[in-house]
Design a protein around this ligand. Sequence first.
Ligand SMILES: Nc1ncnc2c1ncn2[C@@H]1O[C@H](COP(=O)(O)OP(=O)(O)OP(=O)(O)O)[C@@H](O)[C@H]1O
Ligand SMILES: [Mg+2]
Length: 235
Amino acid sequence: MERTKTGIPGLNELLNGGFIEGSAILLSGGTGTGKTIFGTQFIYRGAQEYNEPGIYITLEEGTTNIWWNMKSFHWNIAGLQKKDMVKIYRIGMFKPKEIAEQFEKEIAKIKKMVNELNAKRLVIDSTTAFGMFMESDAQIRHNLFKLINETKKLDCTTILISETMGKRDQFSRFGVEEFIVDGVVMLYFKPPVRALLVRKMRGIDHDKKVHPFNITGNGIEVNASEQVLWESLGD
Ligand SMILES: Nc1ncnc2c1ncn2[C@@H]1O[C@H](COP(=O)(O)OP(=O)(O)OP(=O)(O)O)[C@@H](O)[C@H]1O
Ligand SMILES: [Mg+2]
């Protein structure tokens, strides 16, 4: 099976090479754990180093945070955008009454963008923001299922970001996302320690330890040779 390089130093070796091409990965963690940086790095390095076009979809506060990251890490995303290697797309507010139609439209738009760019990488930041627009748990579950299943049909390796309350055993916000996806990567921040765990990865004999990571001037770097104790992450 072909692998998609994560673009995160130290992580590919925990995955025996990378994500499985075309798989859907949930990236979960509490606020400020580095989810958006991870997502932008996956897209940036994918385009820059592996020549794989990527699309970053944000439902969060806007594209500003993405730009801050790009600036802070000196990632020349503007140049890659000009070359049609990267696209950043913002989905605005959903109106609860029109959610079904709006949802269909956005999915169609995403498919079109993926085809036009011939994108191999896709990030959705975040499924949490997405669920916030829904009125009931049933609606959230229905639409998350649909979103994840639609992205799985694309010829893309997809990262879906889920913001949790930061608890060690909470793998997603709504408690359903982790079952639909192929893999789950958890990010933790127990000041001053940042840590990463590959919680599940279908089809890969992945590393089972929690590893410390740093955010440096180059983005996220995982220290694959050191470990953080599971117990130290609280409950
Ligand atoms: N250039 C940098 N060097 C080192 N650390 C940085 C740098 N830029 C940001 N950070 C750290 O990364 C954190 C933010 O990371 P990020 O925005 O990816 O988190 P997140 O999990 O997406 O959070 P949110 O809940 O806001 O979505 C900052 O709070 C800061 O601690
Ligand atoms: Mg974020």
